[in-house]
Design a protein around this ligand. Structure first.
Ligand SMILES: *[C@@H]1O[C@H](CO)[C@@H](O)[C@H](O)[C@H]1NC(C)=O
Ligand SMILES: *[C@@H]1O[C@H](CO)[C@@H](O)[C@H](O)[C@H]1NC(C)=O
Ligand SMILES: *[C@@H]1O[C@H](CO)[C@@H](O)[C@H](O)[C@H]1NC(C)=O
Ligand SMILES: *[C@@H]1O[C@H](CO)[C@@H](O)[C@H](O)[C@H]1NC(C)=O
Length: 765
């Protein structure tokens, strides 16, 4: 290209960029309601429910503190300056012992003698509120017993791009499911005094450019999809929230008045405190982010501020010069102490007994209790059976010879913790990588668990643990009653790259040539059972219809008991009831959203995330959201839909805390039906309720608004009751800045997945 044309094309590029900029799509900034310039204070005359006493007490204590002490409450003491990943200094004059903040959603990070739980995405796959709660209770007990004050969990970002690295820490692609996951997890974590920290607020839905990019989301989509899990966390009484690395509409999340003061503290009426994610970047307000609604900076210094803290001495100066009102500093300190008091952490709370940086200095307190049993149970309950032909599963008495093929069947020869923060994919994949992971005290691999089971029933196991030695795979599988092929797909947080995957996955295909491995085994064994350990959806088209692939078990990330959970499913000690918390597509391009490669990550798909998009575009998924098989068969009958109360209008109240109003969330409509187990084995069914709104609402064709997990003995029946609130029907009217209920006829679809309308009815609203 000659210089002239080169210059011309540059000019054209600039011109077209600026022309483009003039026509910013509707989801760009300026669309939000009026900015709230004054940060909402905790309201001692009427803080919601449980906060009243703690907030009043905190106010009294704060009134005795110096500016320096108040600033110290809001400022981490620095990276590796205390035993935890985040530390707030003690203030002896008020008997405040300081705070220990520690990762993460899957287990106590940087500690020994702890449990590694099934990942958040597996918790979601159970579609079982009790199990999600039990997981959080056990996890919370471990954090508390280690002396952690604040668990940096749960993660409640949405699974938007199926390739996003931290999807496995979250609760899937549907806001209602993710919201239930958030609610139960916060309830469980905080039940015995621990502080939970809902993260990452907000729209931190990919690793690529996460510390610079701007997530641009229209106001309605923000409310109906991405804010919802945080609403549920606030409803559950979460005491802290972590603002995210990314920008939201071109303003860093941690100095963003609209999302912190507006959405979180005003609309949701959040009474706790907001901490930064670790070392966040801020460019506009920095120290004055306090005025935008930020309450705490972690871990102290920031990479982006020349390794000094945005708070600390800078905040003292800003208060002394009046740039941050002293009343705002009081409010920050009040929120932080109120969270401490409301959780009762001033009453005999354990002191920190581990050291993240020098494990040998820790007291090695074994905090696991009997959590291994629960982990095994959740591991099995979150396992999704996708295909089961010719009665391949459960394995019967006739199966006397088994082949196990693939590295995921066996252990990592160097131990399960051989790579920092699990940044390798060698041996059984029990959890993904990054700050959301933890050190395995032990990890049960499938080979040892299946070998033990086989021995007990007189069966033989051959294995070939290489992913690439297809000759050995063929040889091991030939002539066996069943061949189990183990394949994986891994991802994690963006500060680590694994096999060329920079946090986000490079693609949605099985790692290590998994497709070739499956096809090789299926070529020689007509009872090939595929086991997938994966962070999310993988594309299975290369072999899913292979006639010799008789069964597919999508196991997700089952945690430390993976092998045992699998044995329970394989031999039918547990009847599978896991359901997909995302759609498995036939092609990556079928999904509505992918990783945004540029500075602006525009959520152009709006409300049409995952199945909402497949439905709207009439795309056939390979396996739909909510799908999963059982070893028995369920029949549904007797749908009844009844309104409980009066109408009382169709517009929600506005003002502080309005998005949590009783009018919006109280039970309004009751849906009942019966589920009959018509098969020969006991089983658990996951009935799901999808609402199909009238066209006038401009909403997706159908949306999940209820589910349950119902255990039903064989040949027995169980009544199911689901309640809908006005919120189930409401849409966010961005112009009016309130929830409104579109009037019209709503379809009510009940079934075993998002594409299974076993029962349908309707209701006039
Ligand atoms: C966790 O595992 C890493 C290796 O990945 C190791 O360096 C570290 O000491 C372990 N931490 C504890 C507390 O055992
Ligand atoms: C083939 O498999 C058998 C066990 O099934 C094993 O004994 C033999 O060593 C294998 N041979 C090769 C070449 O892998
Ligand atoms: C299925 O497996 C049998 C061995 O049991 C093999 O002969 C046949 O070729 C396989 N079918 C396909 C389509 O690979
Ligand atoms: C599978 O292969 C076995 C021999 O390995 C044979 O006995 C059986 O009939 C085959 N089943 C089918 C459904 O092809």
């Amino acid at each position: 290209m000659n210089t002239f044309f080169f210059a011309l094309s540059i000019a054209f590029a600039i011109l077209s960029t600026s022309v483009f900029a003039l026509h910013k799509p509707y989801y760009r900034r300026g669309h939000h309601g009026p900015a709230r310039l004054n940060t909402p204070r905790t309201d001692s005359t009427n803080p919601p429910g449980k906060w009243a006493a703690a907030t009043n007490r905190a106010k009294g204590v704060v009134s005795t503190l110096s500016t320096e002490d108040k600033v110290a409450l809001a400022t981490g003491i620095g990276w590796q300056e205390g035993p935890c990943v985040g530390n707030i200094a003690a203030i002896p004059s008020i008997n405040f012992p300081g705070l220990c903040l520690q990762d993460g959603p899957g287990g106590v990070r940087f500690a020994d003698l702890i449990s590694v739980f099934p990942a958040g995405i597996n918790a979601a796959a159970t579609f079982n509120r009790n199990l999600i709660r039990d997981r959080a209770l056990a996890l919370g007990a471990e954090f508390k017993a280690k002396g952690v004050n604040v668990a940096l969990a749960p993660g409640m970002n949405m699974v938007r791009s199926p390739r996003a690295g931290r999807n496995w820490e979250m609760f899937g692609t549907d806001p209602y499911l993710a919201g239930e996951g958030s609610f139960e997890t916060v309830m469980g974590l905080q039940a015995n005094g621990l502080q939970a920290c809902a993260k990452h607020f907000i729209n931190n839905e990919q690793e690529t450019n996460r510390q610079s990019s701007s997530s641009n989301v229209d106001d309605r989509t923000t409310h109906e999809i991405y804010l919802h899990p945080f609403l549920k966390a606030v409803q559950a009484g979460v005491v802290s929230v972590m603002c995210s690395y990314n920008q939201v509409d071109e303003t860093w999340a941690c100095e963003n008045d609209h999302i912190l003061n507006g959405l979180l503290k005003t609309e949701l009426g959040f009474q706790g405190y907001v901490t930064t994610d670790w070392w966040v970047n801020m460019e506009k307000y920095k120290t004055l982010a306090a005025n935008q609604g930020l309450d705490m900076v972690m871990p102290g210094a920031s990479f982006y501020s020349g390794n000094v803290s945005y708070f600390g001495p800078a905040l003292i100066d800003a208060v002394n010069s009046g740039q941050v009102p002293s009343s705002r500093l009081d409010d920050m300190a009040t929120r932080i102490l109120a969270a401490f008091y409301v959780q009762g952490q001033d009453q005999a709370y354990p002191a920190v007994n581990f050291d993240s940086w020098n494990p040998a200095n820790g007291q090695h307190v074994d905090v696991r209790g009997d959590h291994g049993n629960l982990i095994r149970k959740i591991g099995a309950a979150s396992t999704v059976l996708l295909k089961n032909s010719r009665g391949a599963l459960p394995l019967g008495d006739g199966v006397k010879s088994l082949a196990l093929v693939g590295s995921d069947a066996g252990p990592n020869p160097d131990g399960p913790n051989s790579c920092a923060d699990r940044s390798c994919n060698i041996g059984i994949l029990g959890i993904g990588w990054g700050s959301g992971t933890a050190n395995f005290t032990y990890l049960v691999d499938p080979l040892s668990a299946i070998t033990a089971k086989a021995r007990s029933i007189g069966a033989n196991v051959a294995s070939s643990l290489s992913d690439y030695d297809l000759v050995a795979a063929r040889n091991a599988s030939m002539g066996k009653d069943a061949a189990l092929v183990f394949i994986t797909s891994d991802s994690g947080e963006g500060y680590l790259t694994v096999e060329g995957n920079p946090g986000d996955r490079n693609n949605l295909y099985a790692w290590h040539g998994g497709d070739a491995l499956v096809n090789t085994v299926a070529g020689v064994n007509n009872n090939t059972i595929v086991v997938v350990h994966a962070v999310g959806a993988i594309i299975m088209e290369a072999w899913i219809d292979h006639p010799n692939v008789t069964a597919v078990i999508h196991a997700g990330l089952q945690g430390q008991e993976a092998g045992n959970s699998l044995v329970d499913i394989l031999w039918g000690d547990v009847n599978p009831s896991g359901r997909l918390p995302y759609t498995i597509a036939k092609s990556p391009s079928d999904y509505s959203a992918d990783i945004g490669p540029n500075h602006d990550v525009d959520y152009t798909e709006g409300l049409y995330l995952d199945y909402r998009w497949f439905d709207k575009q009439n795309i056939s998924p390979r396996f739909p959201f909510g799908y999963g098989l059982s070893y028995t068969t369920f029949a549904y009958s007797g749908l009844a839909i009844n309104k409980l109360g009066g109408d009382d209008g169709y517009e929600a109240p506005t003002g502080p805390g309005s998005s949590l109003s009783g009018w919006l969330h109280d039970d309004w409509i009751v849906v009942t039906f019966a589920v009959n187990n018509i098969g020969p084995v006991d089983g658990t069914e996951i009935p799901q309720l999808y609402l199909a709104p009238p066209d006038s609402s401009n909403s997706p064709p159908k949306q999940l608004r209820g589910f349950d997990s119902v255990f039903i003995p064989r040949y027995a029946s169980s009544p199911v009751r689901m309640c809908l609130s006005r919120y189930s029907f409401a849409v966010w009217n961005a112009a009016n800045q309130r929830w409104e209920i579109p009037r019209g006829t709503y379809g009510v679809r009940i079934g075993a997945s998002s594409r299974d309308g076993k029962l349908s009815g309707s209701i006039e609203i």
